[in-house]
Design a protein around this ligand. Structure first.
Ligand SMILES: [Zn+2]
Ligand SMILES: [Zn+2]
Length: 119
């Protein structure tokens, strides 16, 4: 399996080679803020599986907690990546909402359910 993805404006595009190691809906308040949504949905891969095909220079990183970097498109603001570079520098999470290839499975876990929205 492989997946293609891109940001809203199309400046950034990427390819994931192989299957996600795990997938999640993250209900933490930081994901709610960053995604402007009820949760952030991510697929975790090895950094070796991720290939930037276009616009990598447009990606900006926001360090939301020490060592944790959230990547987004500097033009359209699409949330693209989440990475804990301090603890798991060989892993990266891809925002599932930016996939162009349909992800047809259920996510494997829900995390930070204590802050799940009630709406
Ligand atoms: Zn964009
Ligand atoms: Zn989160």
């Amino acid at each position: 399996m492989s997946y293609a993805g891109s940001c809203l404006c199309g400046a950034i595009c990427y390819h994931v080679n192989g299957e996600f190691k795990s997938t999640s809906h993250c209900h933490c308040t930081m994901c709610q803020k960053q995604h402007g949504a009820a949760c952030g949905s991510y697929g975790n891969v090895s950094i070796k599986q991720l290939e930037w095909l276009c616009g990598q220079e447009m990606l900006r990183l926001y360090e939301s907690t020490p060592g944790v970097f959230r990547g987004f498109c500097s033009t359209c603001g699409s949330s693209l990546t989440w990475a804990n570079q301090a603890e798991t520098p060989d892993r990266i999470a891809i925002a599932l909402g930016t996939l162009d290839t349909p992800y047809e499975q259920k996510v494997t876990k829900h995390i930070f359910k204590d802050t799940r929205v009630t709406w």
